[in-house]
Write a protein that binds this ligand. Sequence first.
Ligand code: COA
Length: 167
Amino acid sequence: MKRIAIYPGTFDPITNGHIDVIERASRLFDKVIVTVAKNVAKTPLFTVEERVKMIKEVVKKFENVEVDSFDGLLVDYARMKGAVAIIRGLRAVSDFEYEFQMALMNRKICDITTVFLVPHEKYTYLNSTIVREIASFGGDVSNFVPKIVEKMLKEKFKSTQNLRRKV
Ligand code: COA
């Protein structure tokens, strides 16, 4: 039987820290499905389609990684995909409380196991909000995200930067 894991997130946008987690997961499971959450409480910069497109481009080097999106409860999606585990990255102690609550709740409603993977320590400080903020001011994000993400961030913020220059 194939051991499938789901790696859910907002991925707005995917960063090198997420990719580190995907790579580790791809070595542990037969198949990893990276799935973009459609209905998070956040207001994403990128559409679901744009986020899926960027992730697809980035993970094509991993043979056993697929990309998808989902709506509704994560556990329903995991069940539908026949997943044995949910993958989450733990960067620092500050992630723990929220992740612990989610893992326990998901286990309570569906008896699914969450596997926490620790990305390389060089990504401890990284998150998507910081990347978006730096990019919005025209800063260099090339050390934090793959090329395609850097390009799409530049395109997204081109108009706002032009506006700022005019003011
Ligand atoms: N490297 C870099 N950054 C990382 C990271 C890593 N390895 N792991 C997490 N992050 C960052 C993300 O960039 C994100 O940053 P941001 O807040 O600045 O956007 C933050 O940590 C956490 O985001 P993410 O991993 O995308 O998770 P999320 O909290 O946005 O998503 C869902 C959580 C979608 C998995 C959860 O809300 C969910 O399951 N929703 C579906 C509904 C449901 O089932 N709810 C019940 C849950 S019990």
